[in-house]
Design a protein around this ligand. Sequence first.
Ligand code: HEC
Length: 101
Amino acid sequence: MVRKVFIAMCFISMSLFGQLVHAGTPTGQMLAYTCAGCHGNNGVSKGAIPSINNLSAEQMAQAMLDYKSEKRPGTVMNRIAKGYTEEEIKAMADYFASLKK
Ligand code: HEC
């Protein structure tokens, strides 16, 4: 009996853990934090680096995909864009576009 309860508990905790792992999929907002160091909070840059709060979701996603495939030359963006999947790029682009005024 005790053994059966123990096995049932193991299954329950395993399924709970599985849900936590699912909840860990990064959102566009989480991914966008990594851009803030250079492009500023909410994509508004104060320095020489271009602001990215003025692009549409399509323009931003296209720019990132072009950097990723080396179609568009850059100094750092090619390396950065390669670290993201197409889905992550789209999620980030949607997030930044939602900040547009
Ligand atoms: C290390 C600093 C740095 C980080 C981090 C960074 N960028 Fe950039 N970004 C640049 C620079 C510099 C440029 C100008 C192009 C180049 O030199 O690569 C640029 C250009 C861009 C452009 C083109 C802007 C335009 O007006 O055409 C986009 C879009 C962009 N970055 C998006 C992002 C996103 C999204 C992230 C986060 C995943 C990010 N960047 C992270 C430095 C950075």
